[in-house]
Design a binder for this molecule. Structure first.
Ligand code: OXD
Ligand code: MN
Length: 583
């Protein structure tokens, strides 16, 4: 009798023939399995026990020092036609790519255990969710996938029902940067990743599946797979608006998703609910609105800078059952990172050497925590809802020291798509390469869109159909600096003031001023009770710099031109219209 699992079984057998593991282990996701793996990793040093009094169930992993971030230069999208991957991706022909990476996989699991991880991205019973299977030789990957996805028996049952799944093959190989490749085959719904144990390269459900492969599937099936957090804002009347927001890696998505309202707001009864901190899958519902789920089940958050002040919800989430990667430790084995601000001091750095601030920071700038979303005090019940949550506003944002004001609103959907397509941001430590260089990062998807950005912009535009009730689109910049190089906006909890203005705009209750780049509030349009802003901050954060925007739009025009004739005409027209208004 044939079973819907035949395809899976055949693939597992093929992979075993290629990689030649000593043992094959099918992961069921059980507590017993997790405990056994943990013991094994403690015994071989993959995990180090942290202070079990202060951080029960928590462990530290130190990665290879050359394997600490995503490697965009080694990440490929392998479509039959180069143009389908677009100028935004590194490309290789599928046959060449398979040959190159299979040569690395050949015999690579000898003497190792091969783990087969069935997982579901999204609530297990949601029609928006999609399944995958990751094969890996890394128990650390298994432990992280158990936190980040719905992994094990229920996922396998769904795969058996549906018959379809994304195939992800991973090996840490030799952890040699010269023998490292991350390949995507969107047409085959397949991923092959070799030579890295780092999250974004190795936890294949996350960036590889839920963004690169899913963005391709989403285009075919009429939905969106985005690099966005999702949060709910409940007003004192008990009504909740959901907002999805795209920011490049390490620009504060986790902090915004877990925002704690400022004192006055708390007193008045405002609440903020976390649905997701990194990835959002959205599709139009019967009422024309966009409904979103978080395909992930956990947070793989950047540790440095996380403190009781910046993100008390994250700090509370990671008090137990957390895997820390590449943080420092204190004398009594507590995790420690720059900016934790807890009065403790590190004695050992992320490489396991005595801490010496002249040598390196205690925690790697891209050190991480992996924790179940259920441990977050602000985690929303609606995060498990099979239908997802209706999105009222989409927010794009980047890290821009100059020019870009605190917030502005797009005039309509087409303008909103341009605002997303034109996003720019200064680079961070989440990927290898220079930090602090301004680059265009459309919709924060530059490293993650699995196909040609020109087609992606067209796909976004296509949601503007008769009957659609699309979210309003906004752009924010929490990172504007003043003359003295210091941030002008307090950020963190105070960002709720900006989100409240957006909600009022959605409800048609707030004022704004029309400019060529969109609708801008004045300082008086926001509730700024309790924030002390200097005159410079008021002028700069809410100002519109005509000449600077003229130059910016010339730059945006040049950037879009890189996508050539495939670029949707409507987007070009929009860019030209605004450039003309600025002229
Ligand atoms: C992440 C990233 O890990 O964007 O979320 O790099
Ligand atoms: Mn991310």
């Amino acid at each position: 009798m044939t079973s819907k699992l035949d395809r899976l079984n055949e693939w597992v057998a093929d992979v075993a023939r290629l990689t030649r593991p000593a043992v094959i282990h099918w992961c069921d996701g059980s507590d017993a399995e997790s405990a056994a793996l943990r013991e094994q990793m403690l015994a071989d040093g993959t995990l180090i026990e942290l202070n079990q009094q202060t951080h029960p169930g928590s462990y530290l992993h130190r990665s290879h020092p050359d394997d600490v971030a995503r490697v965009e230069h080694l990440t490929f999208v392998c479509t039959p036609e180069r143009e389908d991957a677009g100028p935004n991706n590194h490309w290789m022909a599928p046959a060449d790519a398979h040959a190159r990476i299979d040569a690395l996989f050949d015999g690579c699991m000898q003497g190792r255990t091969m783990y087969v991880i069935p997982y579901c991205m999204g609530p297990i019973d949601s029609p928006l969710s999609r399944c995958g299977v990751e094969i890996t030789d890394s128990p650390y990957v298994v432990a992280n996938m158990r936190i980040m996805t719905r992994m094990g028996v229920p996922a396998l049952a769904r795969i058996e029902r549906e018959g379809s799944f994304v195939k992800g093959l991973h090996s840490i190989g030799e952890l040699d940067p010269e023998r490292r490749l991350i390949m995507h085959f969107p047409e085959e719904l397949a991923i092959k990743s070799y030579g890295s144990g780092y999250g974004g390269n190795a936890l294949l459900g996350k960036k590889c599946h839920a963004l690169r492969i899913a963005s391709h599937q989403a285009r075919q099936e009429g939905w969106l797979a985005e690099h966005m957090l999702i949060l709910g804002i409940e007003n004192p009347q008990g009504q909740t608006h959901y907002i999805a927001a795209a920011f490049p890696s390490a620009c504060g998505k986790t902090n915004l998703a877990m925002l704690i309202p400022p004192e006055g707001y708390r007193r008045d009864g405002w609440k903020v609910w976390t649905i997701g901190d990194d990835i959002c899958w959205m599709r139009p519902g019967a009422d024309g609105r966009l409904y979103a789920i978080n395909p992930e089940a956990g947070f793989f958050g950047v540790a440095p800078g996380t403190s009781a002040k910046s993100n008390a919800n994250a700090l509370a989430s990671i008090q137990s059952n957390t895997i820390f990667t590449n943080v420092g430790i204190t004398a009594d084995q507590q995790p420690w990172w720059e900016g934790i601000d807890n009065g403790l001091a590190p004695v050992t750095d992320w490489r396991g050497e005595p801490f010496d601030s002249a040598k390196r920071p205690a925690a790697h700038p891209n050190s991480r925590f992996t924790v179940s979303a259920k441990q977050c005090p602000s985690y929303s019940d609606m995060a498990e809802d099979a239908q997802g949550v209706p999105i009222s506003a989409i927010v794009f944002g980047g890290r821009r020291a100059s020019l870009v004001p605190l917030v502005f609103e797009a005039r309509d959907w087409t303008h909103g798509v341009l605002v997303g397509a034109a996003m720019g941001s200064e680079t961070t430590a989440a990927a290898t390469g220079a930090v602090g260089v301004m680059r265009r990062d459309p919709m924060a998807m530059k490293p993650f869109c699995g196909y040609n950005f020109a087609d992606y912009f067209g796909h976004w535009l296509s949601f503007d159909q008769p009957g659609a009730q699309l979210p309003k689109v906004f752009h924010v910049n929490w990172f504007r600096k003043g003359e003295n190089g210091k941030f002008l906006w307090p950020g963190f909890g105070d960002n709720l003031r900006v989100l409240e203005w957006m909600i009022q705009r959605v409800e048609g209750r707030a004022a704004a001023t029309e400019t060529p780049i969109g609708h801008l509030p004045t300082a008086d349009d926001l509730n700024l009770d309790g924030v002390a802003l200097s005159d410079e901050a008021r002028e700069t954060l809410f100002g519109f710099e005509h000449a600077g925007w003229q130059a910016e739009f010339a730059g945006i025009g040049e950037y879009l031109a890189e996508y050539g004739p495939r670029l949707p005409q409507a987007l070009l027209d929009e860019q030209r219209r605004i450039a003309a208004a600025l002229a």
